[in-house]
Ligand binder design. Sequence first.
Ligand SMILES: C[S@@+](CC[C@H](N)C(=O)[O-])C[C@H]1O[C@@H](n2cnc3c(N)ncnc32)[C@H](O)[C@@H]1O
Length: 329
Amino acid sequence: MSAFSRVDWERLRELREGFLAAQSRVQPAASADYFRSARDVELYDATFARRIEWKWAAALREVELRAREFAPKSVLDWACGTGAAVRALLSSPVGARVERVTLFERSSLAREHARRSLLALRPGLEVRIAKSPADCEAELALSSHVLDELDERAEAELEATLRRCTAAILLESGARATSRRLGRLRARLVGEFDVLAPCTHRGECGALADPEQWCHLFARPPGEVFQDALWSEFSRELEIDLRSLSYSFVALTRAPQPRDATLARILGRPRLLKGRALLDACSAEGLATLTLLQREDRQLFKSLEQPSNEPRVWRFERDGARILSPRPQ
Ligand SMILES: C[S@@+](CC[C@H](N)C(=O)[O-])C[C@H]1O[C@@H](n2cnc3c(N)ncnc32)[C@H](O)[C@@H]1O
C-alpha cells in the first residue's frame, strides 16, 4: 500500500461504516452506489479488497484440496467490485485454466479497475462486461461480500444466475446474520447442486438449524502484513484487528461429490482452555461442540492456537462429546 492522506483515512472510515450498517440491517435492502471517485476505488482496492483476497485464498485452498480436478475455464464475478475474487482465483491452482472472465458490477469505476487489474495479472485473458444479470453465464460463478447490499429482488437475480452455472463459490463476511443468509441461499440451491466445501455433507446446514449458531471460519493473512507500516496504520485508523479475518463461504457444483460421512469440518475459533479445547465440529450429523484433550495429540492441539489456511477437516472417533484419535485429512 502507498501512503494515505487524512482525507483518505476519513473516506475509508465512511466506507466501512456503510458496510457495517448494511451488515446490521434487519430486512434485506439495496445499498446506493458508494464508489464516487477513482480514488474511492483505489482506496477500497488497496485495503478492504486485499483482506477479501486473503479470505478467498483460504477458501480456494479448501476447494483445491477437496476437488483436485476442479479447473473451470470460464468464470463470472457477480458484483465484482475491484476484482478481488477473480484475482485470488487466478493466483490459485483452481484458476489455472481460466481463459474467460465475465464481470457484472453496477459501478463502472470499480468494474473498469477490476478489468485492468485482471489483465495485468493474466495478459491474454478474455474479459467481458455483462450488462445485466440476464447477461451473466459461466462455468463457475463467484460472488463476494455482496449479500448485505442486496434487496430480495437482487438476491433472486443472483440466485437465478447461479442456477445457470455449473459451479459457484460464494464468499461473505463471517458476521452472523450474513453467514445465516448465505446458509439459507445454500439450502435453496442444494438439491440442484452438490456441496464441494466447506461442508463435508450435502444435508441440512447444522449451523442454520441452531438459531444461536452461524457457520464461519478464520483465514490467516500473509505474514508480511504484520511488518508493514501502512497496514499497522490501517489497523489503528480503522480499529481493525489485522489478525481477525472471519469469513463464511460455500462452494457448489453440479457434479456429484464422493461422500465420507466420517469427516467433520471444524468451524470458527477453537476455545483453548487448560489442557483442552472446545471445538465446533460440523458433520453429516449436524453441528456439535466437542472437547479435544491436549494429551490426545499435542501437535494438533498446538496448531489450534492460530488460524490456518489449511482447512481443519478431521476424522475422529467420539466418546460422548470427547474427540478420540483425531486425524486431519
Ligand atoms: C462490498 S463490495 C464487494 C466487491 C467485491 N465483490 C469484493 O469482494 O471486493 C459490494 C459490491 O457489490 C456491488 N453491488 C451491490 N449491489 C449490486 C447490484 N444489485 N448489482 C451489481 N452490483 C452490485 C457494489 O457496487 C460493490 O462493488
